[in-house]
Design a protein around this ligand. Structure first.
Ligand SMILES: [Mn+2]
Length: 429
């Protein structure tokens, strides 16, 4: 039986206050969609099936390179983090898995599995960390990891990734996500080709250890921590890597890892068209890799990404990209941010399901630019909240996740048992 962290009677009481209004809103929206030839229950079923993974590091308070301001009741270890993730899953019913970062979340894999299964949580992709030095490691990653000039350092980074796969096997994970911070800060500091060759050779060694039913996701990022050149800097390089490695290698698109104004939805389409779109890290950004909450700055862009995903889904039944949130919360309660972000990702999916695909195609084929873009806007402007809320309610979640979470007083309760963390240190989580 699934254990609940928030007392289900609180969720029920909160839902009881809102259920009558929700029923009216749902029926009204159902009538309006029916006029457009859309079955609201079919959309709700797809939304209910949709899940986005919560990153273990997301439940801790983030920071910037200037400072970190700890929040109340921060998780002390991975087991606290799993409990926070369970709260998010209970109320949203949209986050059925947790994604771990090694070595941050290192613990006895069997204990981890047991802790997650109490809440019926599974494990999503394993994330390796070779962008900072772990305590006691022999070689430093200051000048790179998988692409380092020194063979012993590269070997250490390879072995770390192999360890992540081993831990993941016990947990029931089926993927490894590799993001490296390797690059350079000065023109001339590295030889681009030699560095990339080292990276590819290292990744081939990691790839060789992947179980048959696993995937490896490589994640590109334009800049930071390297500020002059980055080894895996854009989707083109990422595509080359996936092609070089083989069938189990796919590209991961983090929405914040592109130059401003880049057409990310088109990148999504290109990678999918050639079978290399593996998954997403959802977040939002204004100036760079800001790691803001998904849908907080440009919800229309999030919708346009999902418009592509639904388009691909209608053509390819086996299309199963991995969905994960990847954000840093500096001024909010991370649980609140993650709940609302999961909901916003689900919202973009629901809105994209409402696009009149036949009408859109006809407009495109007829060069009717305005009718085509109107087809998208009509879907985007539809308030799908009643669909999301009904999907949550029917699965035991909360109609209003934020109000219910606050009514339950979870943060105050854990603040009593989790001692305050020292502030002042810089760095993001
Ligand atoms: Mn990411």
């Amino acid at each position: 039986m699934t254990e609940h962290i928030i007392d289900p009677s609180i969720v029920e009481a909160e839902n009881a206050r809102r259920a009558a209004d929700l029923n009216v809103d749902y029926d009204t929206l159902g009538e309006r969609l029916d006029r457009r030839g859309i079955d609201i229950n079919a959309i709700k079923a797809k939304v209910a099936d949709f899940s986005v993974a919560v990153p273990s590091w997301g439940v801790g308070t983030g920071g910037t390179r200037f400072a970190r301001f700890p929040g109340l009741g921060e998780p002390r270890d991975i087991f606290d983090k799993i409990e926070d993730c369970a709260v998010i899953a209970q109320l949203t019913q949209a986050t059925k898995t947790v994604s771990l970062h090694i070595p941050w979340d290192k613990a006895d894999p069997n204990r981890l599995k047991q802790a997650a299964s109490r809440f019926n949580l599974g494990f999503d992709a394993m994330n390796s960390n070779t962008f900072s030095d772990a305590k006691g490691q022999l070689q430093s990653y200051k000048f790179g990891s998988l692409s380092h000039a020194d063979a012993a350092t590269r070997q250490q980074a390879i072995e770390h990734n192999l360890e992540c796969i081993e831990i993941g096997k016990t947990l029931g994970s089926r993927a490894l996500t590799v993001w490296i911070g390797d690059g350079s800060n000065f023109p001339g500091q590295v030889n681009f080709a030699r560095q990339f060759e080292h990276y590819l050779d290292s990744m081939k060694a990691v790839y060789a250890a992947l179980p048959d039913d696993w995937r490896v996701y490589t994640e590109h990022k334009m800049y930071e921590p390297a500020f002059y050149s980055t080894v895996v800097q854009d989707w083109g390089t990422n595509y080359i890597i996936a092609r070089e490695l083989g069938e189990k290698a796919m590209c991961l698109v983090d929405l914040g890892h592109h130059a401003p104004n880049v057409n990310i939805e088109m990148i999504v389409s290109r990678l999918a068209q050639f079978g290399k779109l593996g998954g997403f890290h959802f977040n939002d950004s204004k100036y760079g890799d800001d790691d803001l909450d998904a849908g907080a700055i440009d919800p229309y862009r999030l919708f346009l990404v999902f418009n592509e995903l639904v388009d691909i889904e209608t053509r390819d039944n086996d299309f199963r990209p991995a969905h994960m949130l990847d954000q840093s919360h500096n001024v909010t309660d991370p649980i609140e941010s993650l709940m609302l972000s999961a909901s916003d990702v689900q919202r973009a999916y629901a809105q994209a399901l409402l696009v009149d695909r036949a009408g859109l195609k006809a407009a495109q084929e007829g060069n009717d630019a305005l009718a085509a873009t109107q087809a998208l806007r009509l879907a985007y402007r539809t308030d799908v909240e009643p669909i999301l809320a009904m999907a949550r309610l029917e699965q035991g979640g909360a109609i209003d996740v934020l109000a219910t979470y606050r009514a339950a007083g979870y943060r105050a309760k854990v603040a009593d048992i989790r001692p305050a963390v020292e502030g002042g240190s810089g760095g993001i989580v």
